[in-house]
Design a protein around this ligand. Sequence first.
Ligand code: MD3
Ligand code: FE
Length: 212
Amino acid sequence: MDLFSEQQPEIVPLATGASWLPGFALPVMDELWSSLKQHFAVHPPQHMVTPGGYLMSVKTTSMGDFGWVSSTKGYDYSAINPANQLPWPSLPRVITQLAQTAARAAGYAAFIPDSCLVNIYEPGSKMGLHQDKDEKDFSQPIVSVSLGIPAMFLFGGAKRTDKTIKIQLQHGDVVVWGGASRRYYHGVAQVKSGVHPLTGEKRINLTLRKAR
Ligand code: MD3
Ligand code: FE
């Protein structure tokens, strides 16, 4: 894997502790997509139920020691996929290495993810403004990787009412969210229809986390 062994990546600061690395994952997209397709065959993405009793428009699945799960009982991390009672598979090396290389480039040298949440967006899917607060250690960043058709990502501040900025996340983009930005509200606007040569009519987002 040649994750920028020579060239310096482009790093765009977005907020305190948040860095956008446009195209950072492009060298590994084929490898990433083939490992995701194998994963989907055993742990198919599902519409989870929210604590409020609604179905999410996004489909999710997980990899790693812990996977993010939602039910009418609340949000949690679990070592077992509740849909098939199987343990989530370990993180593919390509994903761990990508996340660690990106975190290091953004200034987080000691990031060891134990969870990868995979979100699948079809045209019309969206994710409302929220904070990620189900993880134990907020000093650890979250690394996000986008594949497939683009989406408008909404990014606010520490309060729900803070002004939001929009950035279009493209195939191969990586964003590292640490420091103050780790607690910021964020969401994804309704995904417009489109086709990507690798993923078809889908956007896939990976979030690498230290959950426990
Ligand atoms: C900023 N996913 O899974 S990735 C999520 O595109 C989630 O699927 C979105 O929000 C997606 O929780 C956004 C970018 C992202 C992920 C986690 C963050 C931004 C973040 C955590 C804190 C601050
Ligand atoms: Fe989130």
